[in-house]
Design a protein around this ligand. Structure first.
Ligand code: CTP
Length: 406
């Protein structure tokens, strides 16, 4: 239907970029990118009128996003039509505006376009050998200044290479090394660096991306002292394991898995270094405070728990619960990946699977009925009942009430 709206407005319309790349590779890609040779905003509005949906547009860039009633999105970009005088003195429309648009992109594999207008629907347009590179599984820039123009592409190259299981072309890799050596990446703002790092850490296989970042000397942009030691590598592998374990356990879990890997990456940094890393990467103030505090508390609490474990040989469920209660999932998973103590790891896993959901059956109201004055005592009593429940020494509401009265 995009093509038909294009036909009606007499505008050439193309599906482009990552969408076409993934289509040819048989990968899912929910985001459709469309390029219109001409006024893309006009096109987006006409399409939305016909199909329902809203349009958010940026006049300045000639771009628009169509949000369809089912929530899916179509990104629309415009290329300027360029008119050239033909020898016969009649102005002819050159389709090179699409070519120029595609030439500005990062890698050849992202430069494919598919014509959507009815007359030539489905025609694949490949100006820069993209199809060849898709088949050869190669990530290749279009020109030598690509990383100078946009240093975030260094991280994008790594992300695509690992995700698609491709290989960065030799010359492209040399250009990356050169960009690192010439300190082009220093020009990147912290926020943009963080966005790219998060995207790598959110990939299905973040370790491969981290490994590649390390071998290209990019970890120092997180912190100058960071390197991929054997210990860090092991810890990352354990993090990968605990994150997939947790995701299997809680399919609907809402937590930031990327920050587990981020915490592991920063494990060798002290509190001040961690804070300065967050500052350099422009981590939001709120998230930084939360992570820094939880990281410190997590380290202290887990050390405490381990000491107790060594002293007593075994811990009660209630001891585990009160040590770990209140720590964010991200920090618990980080600690799980970090500890070399199998028993401690078992404690954290027990906390997730059994303990964190345990509740008392008596409530504050019951205490009131029993004539207990409201106050901090309430919390203490309820925690004592909870401990008994966690340790399996009360089984029913009656047991609990008896405990309160006793
Ligand atoms: N692009 C670019 N340089 C960048 C970012 C994006 O040239 N620094 C181009 C790419 O060619 C890409 C298009 O803009 O195809 C859209 O960007 P984005 O949606 O980030 O890329 P996708 O390829 O769709 O990536 P993903 O599959 O991760 O969404």
């Amino acid at each position: 239907d995009l093509g038909r709206v294009g036909d009606r407005l007499e505008l050439p319309v193309y599906a482009v970029g990552g969408f076409v790349r993934d289509l040819l590779l048989g990968h899912d890609n929910a985001d459709m990118d469309v390029t219109v040779e001409g006024d893309g905003i006009l096109f987006a509005e006409a399409f939305a009128v016909q199909h329902g949906g809203r349009v958010k547009s940026h006049q300045k860039f000639g771009t628009a996003v169509i949000v369809l009633p089912d929530g899916s999105k179509i990104d629309v970009a415009s290329t300027r039509l360029e008119y050239y005088e033909s020898p016969g003195a009649l102005p002819t429309v050159e389709h090179s505006s699409l070519k120029m648009d595609l030439y500005r992109r990062d890698f050849t594999v992202n430069t494919l376009a598919i014509r959507l207008n009815a007359a030539s629907f489905g025609t694949l347009i490949d100006y820069f050998g993209a199809y060849r590179d898709l088949q050869a599984k190669v990530i290749r820039v279009l020109h030598n200044l690509s990383f100078v123009e946009d240093p975030t592409r260094v991280f994008r190259a790594i992300r695509f290479e690992q995700r698609l299981n491709f290989k960065i072309a030799r010359h492209t890799e040399d250009l990356i090394k050169n960009a690192v050596k010439m300190e082009f990446l220093e020009k990147l703002g912290g926020r943009r660096l963080l966005t790219e790092l998060i995207q790598i850490l959110k990939e299905k296989e973040p370790l491969k991306g981290i490994g590649r970042m390390a071998s290209l000397g990019l970890l120092r942009f997180i912190h100058p002292d960071l390197e991929l030691s054997l210990t860090l590598q092991e810890m990352l592998e354990d993090a990968r394991y605990v994150v997939s374990w947790y995701d299997m356990l809680y399919l609907e879990a809402s937590y930031e898995s990327w920050s587990v890997f981020f915490l592991v990456l920063c494990d060798s940094l002290n509190d001040d270094e961690f804070l300065s890393t967050c500052n350099r990467l422009a981590v939001s103030e709120h998230f930084k405070e939360k992570l820094a505090l939880a990281r410190r508390q997590g380290n202290e609490l887990l050390a405490g728990l381990e000491r107790k474990l060594i002293q007593q040989g075994k811990l009660d469920n209630s001891e585990i619960y009160f040590f770990l209660r209140g720590l964010p999932v991200e920090v618990l998973l980080y600690q799980m990946a970090k500890t070399r103590n199998a028993e401690l790891r078992r404690c954290i896993s027990l906390y997730f699977t059994k303990l964190q959901g345990v509740r008392t059956l008596v409530r504050g109201d019951d205490l009131k009925k029993l004539g207990l004055a409201k106050g901090p005592r309430y919390r203490e009593i309820l925690d004592a009942v909870l401990s008994a429940r966690l340790n399996g020494s009360v089984h029913s509401r009656e047991d609990e009430l008896q405990l309160v009265q006793g």
